[in-house]
Design a protein around this ligand. Structure first.
Ligand code: ARG
Length: 467
């Protein structure tokens, strides 16, 4: 028991052992830990603390251990607390004395900070690419369904006609901000804490810039006390993950509503819907509901880690062992959800008969009628009143605004002419929203093209971006 051989007389209480051990979850960091140890051994060699033969044995031993872990034969032990001690102890078991030199000048405190940074960095890059794949699916449907018109809602009340594509591209905007947050989180993790020791640095002339280069970090951390206890990069990652989950839950809610009989705008594919154990007719949008449900969990991880860090004295404290599970769970949740969302979006069918029906009878043309008068010089407030009266009149007669005869309009205001009906038609109401960011078809088509170029560019550059 390498950790207790020296100082302790009695063995660890059994319940304490279980409380203390992080190996059940931090074994996930094995690849990062081995990578960090190889870099550390090379730095020790450069500082003259290992000879070539010892470095060779350490590198070979670590490589074998990596193979054992991948192959499932590695003897993980709770007695050895965590992934760091498990790997180090196994190395010594395999190669003897040289293994005992590996931890020279290093602490698990700078080691675990390094491992988690490497892990978060890789995950943030991968998740950003998965988000871009979902953006691609949304853009694809925006292009495929171009021309479909649905009501735009405010207060979940039908407001104005909008292109379905415009609605889908709203999510592309949200998700694009998520990719930026994820990449910022990646950059926040991109400094190397190795060499900070337990808390005050080390005395062995270790070249930290060399370590950073070996591990592909952009630079080194500048204060050892901060380096071993800083988890801001994990907060940044969880914040990016939580906001992304909020966006997925909003898209989820739209899809749940759209696929209900009451809305009936979209039909989710069999491959992403589930049945009911009791009700034979059901096709449930479980993927969307799970995203909505898991949002609370990931947001909770962010708040949880904030609370873990609150009030911690410098520098490392064991509280920090609580940093890993929330990060891992956020990664796993998003790794699961994002591909399902891409599939769910790509395969959804839009019911054009229902979308057309949804535009009828809601008096969505009212604002277009007011705008028509405004363009003819009627002050907007007055135009608003007149259009409101037209709605009241149409309601009384049980007709749509399009079916209300011109005389009825002219009875309310003599500026109404025959061309009113073109202006308040769905096409008319869409075509004039030409402002940047508006739903005019020409604008939306431009946006679809812009996103296709942008996502193509990012997809092309992605393989080179690396962890
Ligand atoms: N398992 C620990 C963690 O996850 C590693 C660092 C332990 N350091 C220590 N001084 N006990 O934080």
């Amino acid at each position: 028991m390498p950790l207790r051989d020296g100082r302790f007389e009695r063995s660890l209480d059994e319940a304490m052992r279980r409380l203390n051990a992080s190996i059940p979850f931090d074994r996930r960091l094995h690849a990062e830990d081995i990578r960090g140890s190889v870099a550390w051994a090379r730095a020790l060699r450069r500082a003259g603390l290992l000879d070539d033969a010892e470095l060779g044995r350490i590198e070979k031993g670590l490589e074998e251990i990596a193979g054992e872990i991948r192959g499932g034969s590695f003897p993980f032990s709770e007695e050895l607390e965590d992934v760091h001690m498990n790997i180090e102890a196994r190395l010594t078991e395999k190669i003897g004395a040289a293994g005992e030199k590996l931890h020279t000048g290093r602490s698990r405190n700078d080691q675990v900070a390094t491992d988690l940074r490497l892990h978060a960095r890789e995950a943030a890059t991968r998740l950003a690419a998965l988000v871009e794949a979902l953006m691609g699916a949304l853009v694809e449907v925006a292009e495929r369904e171009f021309g479909q018109v649905i009501p735009a809602y405010t207060h979940l009340q039908r407001a104005q006609p909008v292109l379905l594509s415009h609605h889908l591209l709203a999510y592309v905007e949200m998700l694009d901000r998520d990719t930026r947050r994820l990449r910022a989180a990646r950059d926040a993790a991109d400094l190397c804490p190795l060499g900070s020791g337990a808390c005050v640095g080390n005395q062995f002339g270790i070249d930290r810039d060399f370590l950073a280069r070996e591990l592909g970090f952009a630079g080194v951390t500048r204060n050892s006390l901060d380096a071993v206890s800083d988890r801001d990069f994990a907060l940044d990652f969880l914040h990016a993950a939580a906001v992304l989950m909020v966006h997925l839950s909003r898209l989820a809610e739209d899809l749940v509503l759209w696929s209900s009989a009451e809305f009936g705008l979209a039909r989710l594919d069999d491959s992403v819907t589930t049945g009911s154990s009791m009700l034979p007719q059901k096709r449930n949008p479980d993927a969307a509901e799970l995203a909505r449900g898991k949002c609370g969990r990931v947001a909770g991880h962010l708040v949880g880690l904030l609370m873990t860090l609150k009030g911690l004295p410098l520098s490392y404290n064991k509280d920090l062992q609580e940093d890993k599970e929330p990060v891992f769970d956020a990664i796993d949740t998003l790794d699961l959800l994002l591909p399902v969302f891409a599939a769910m979006v790509r395969t959804m069918a839009i019911d054009s008969r229902r979308t057309a029906e949804r535009l009828e009878g809601g008096f969505l043309e009212a604002i277009a009628a007011a705008d028509y008068l405004t363009r003819r010089g009627v002050p907007f407030r007055e135009a608003h009143r007149i259009a409101g009266r037209a709605v009241r009149e149409a309601e009384k007669r049980g007709v749509t605004l399009a079916a209300l005869p011109l005389e009825a309009y002219r009875a309310l205001c003599d500026r109404f002419e025959e061309d009113l009906f073109e202006a308040i038609s769905t096409d008319g109401a869409l075509a004039d929203k030409t402002v940047v960011g508006g739903t005019a078809p020409a604008r939306v088509w431009e946006e679809i093209g812009r996103w296709k170029v942008e996502l193509g560019r990012r997809g092309g550059g992605r393989s080179a971006a690396g962890g």
